[in-house]
Design a protein around this ligand. Structure first.
Ligand SMILES: NC(=O)c1ccc[n+]([C@@H]2O[C@H](COP(=O)([O-])OP(=O)(O)OC[C@H]3O[C@@H](n4cnc5c(N)ncnc54)[C@H](O)[C@@H]3O)[C@@H](O)[C@H]2O)c1
Length: 366
């Protein structure tokens, strides 16, 4: 599956954007337009962003910024040709940078992304987009006003399994959806600034948002904090129209790592085990039919148990596909699937889950 499948059908490449970049002299040796990127944050995740951007034809990583000199020494050893700095404002103001990737802790996303937009830079920002929905709304409005792109790193949307699941749902293979049930548990890594919901659930919620076409109606969350005052175990239930229900189980206190999603439909059901090296998705032709007969008062339940198959899924690294798509969106003036609005939808669910969690499972409308 190619990156172009993320292009909304009503959006074709926009020649003036290409022309403007070419006119400004931002072209690769091949003559193709080039996006010049500055990356802020080179901790755990930042190196993955720099590695992938560095490997893409239409991109040049101009600068890496981190307030930690140790992190910058690591970056310089790996990429001697890339400038490094501890001063994020230098990156935000650099005239030879078109886009900024914000790969820092959640509480810094808003300030850095806002400053980047105010300086006329397109923004690629980590998940979760912001700490509050008000911040997300402000960034969306600012980007629109300045005609700049915002993409939120919802990495899994670009993974082979999620692209395949989306295809199975869109083509009606599963039939009408009944439920989405996702488990993402392991031991640690404890975060100091966010609870397990804000750390792990953005993955499941963004995948859910991408797969279920309807918008959620309400959230219930329960959980517990056992060690550092932040919730480390949480069970989130999301209610959708038409009787579709989703559940997300996130946990930093699990003895084993589990990454499993069950999706039940009227016609087929699937299991996605992301830890399987091959055959990550298995589709089951299983189902239940309930019928009544006039002369029989009790319900007749029949179970269907047919074939199981494992569709082929793309193996390309999701982050590479996503960053290539970011470049595509900027150079060709396209609206990303994972734009600020998608980031905001996830932040709203996280806020609702937090509220419900504090009130021991109150139903919170979204
Ligand atoms: N998409 C994914 O799968 C994925 C995976 C891991 C982390 N993340 C996200 O990436 C972000 C970073 O997470 P991490 O685990 O790499 O954190 P981290 O703490 O390991 O690294 C963050 C880095 O940012 C630097 N930093 C912080 N504020 C700065 C500033 N103002 N200027 C310059 N540098 C600054 C820190 O020095 C640190 O090196 C978080 O939002 C996290 O949710 C996403």
């Amino acid at each position: 599956m190619s990156v172009s499948q993320f292009r909304p059908v009503n959006q074709q490449p926009h020649p003036p954007a290409l022309a403007a970049l070419t006119a400004a002299g931002r072209v690769a040796e091949s003559g193709a337009p080039l996006l010049r990127v500055g990356v802020i944050g080179y901790g755990y995740w930042g190196p993955n962003i720099v590695r992938n951007l560095h490997g893409l034809d239409r991109c040049s990583v101009v600068s890496v910024c981190d307030k930690s000199p140790t992190a910058l020494r690591r970056a310089s050893r790996q990429y001697p040709d890339i400038d490094v700095t501890t001063d994020f404002s230098a990156v935000l103001k650099a005239p030879d940078i078109d886009a900024v990737a914000v790969i820092t802790p959640v509480w810094t996303h808003f300030e850095l992304a806002k400053a980047a937009l105010l300086n006329g830079k397109h923004v690629f920002v980590e998940k979760p987009f912001t700490c509050t929905s008000a911040q997300a709304e402000e960034l969306i409005e600012l980007a629109e006003r300045k005609n700049l792109k915002v993409m939120v790193d919802h990495t899994f949307l670009f993974s082979g399994p999620v692209m395949k699941i989306r295809e199975l749902v869109d083509t009606g293979t599963l039939g009408n959806l009944y439920y989405f049930d996702s488990t993402r548990v392991n031991l640690g890594l404890f975060q100091h600034d966010v609870n397990v919901v804000w750390d792990l659930a953005p993955h499941d919620l963004s995948i859910m948002d991408h797969i279920i076409a309807d918008r959620p109606e309400a959230v219930v969350a329960t959980g517990g904090k056992h060690l550092n005052g932040l919730a480390d175990v949480a069970f989130i239930t999301i209610y959708f129209p038409r009787n579709v229900i989703a559940h997300v189980n996130v946990n930093w206190l699990s003895p084993v790592k589990v990454r499993t999603t069950l999706i039940g439909g009227e016609d087929k059901m699937l299991v996605w085990n992301d830890l399987e090296p091959d055959e990550k998705i298995k589709v089951y032709d299983k189902g239940v039919k309930i019928t009544t007969r006039e002369d029989v008062h009790e319900l007749l339940v029949s179970y269907r148990s047919g074939d199981v198959w494992a569709p082929r899924v793309e193996q390309t690294e999701a982050l590479k596909v996503e960053l290539d798509y970011f470049i595509d969106c900027v150079l060709n003036d396209l609206t990303p699937t994972n734009d600020g609005a998608a980031g905001l939808r996830v932040v709203k669910l996280l806020e609702a889950a937090d509220t419900s969690l504090k009130e021991r499972g109150r139903l919170v409308a979204v």
